[in-house]
Ligand binder design. Structure first.
Ligand SMILES: [Zn+2]
Length: 106
C-alpha cells in the first residue's frame, strides 16, 4: 500500500495540523557567539517556505546573523516509521540534496 498523506506517522513539522509527508528539510546552521546553533524542521511541499521563515525569524529574534538556512530535498520516512515528536527540532539532520541556501545576514 503506498503512503498516503493522512497515514504518515512522521508528518510535516511546520504546521501542527498538517499531515502530509515531509519531503523537505529547512536546516539552520549558525553561530551564536562561539556556540554553534543547528536546528532542523522537516516540512511538506506546502510548508517548506514557512519552515525556512520560522528558522530565520528564530535566529533574527536572537540576533544571530552568522549563518544560513539551507533547504534540502529529503527522502520521505518509510511507511510505518515510528512517530516523532513534532516539537523536536534538534533531531539529527536528514540526508538530502540542498537546492537553496539563505544567508541570515542581509
Ligand atoms: Zn505541511
Amino acid at each position: 500500500m503506498p503512503c498516503s498523506p493522512t497515514r504518515s506517522t512522521r508528518a510535516c513539522q511546520a504546521d501542527r495540523e498538517c499531515t502530509y509527508t515531509p519531503r523537505f528539510q529547512a536546516r539552520l546552521e549558525a553561530a551564536n557567539g562561539a556556540r554553534p546553533v543547528r536546528l532542523n524542521v522537516r516540512a511538506c511541499a506546502h510548508h517548506f517556505g514557512d519552515a525556512a521563515q520560522a528558522l530565520t525569524d528564530w535566529a533574527r529574534a536572537r540576533h544571530i546573523t552568522d549563518g544560513c538556512v539551507t533547504i534540502l530535498v529529503i527522502d520521505p520516512p518509510p511507511c510505518g516509521a515510528l512517530p516523532e515528536p513534532p516539537s523536536d527540532r534538534r533531531q539529527a539532520p536528514a540526508p538530502g540534496i540542498a537546492f537553496t541556501t539563505i544567508p541570515l545576514a542581509g
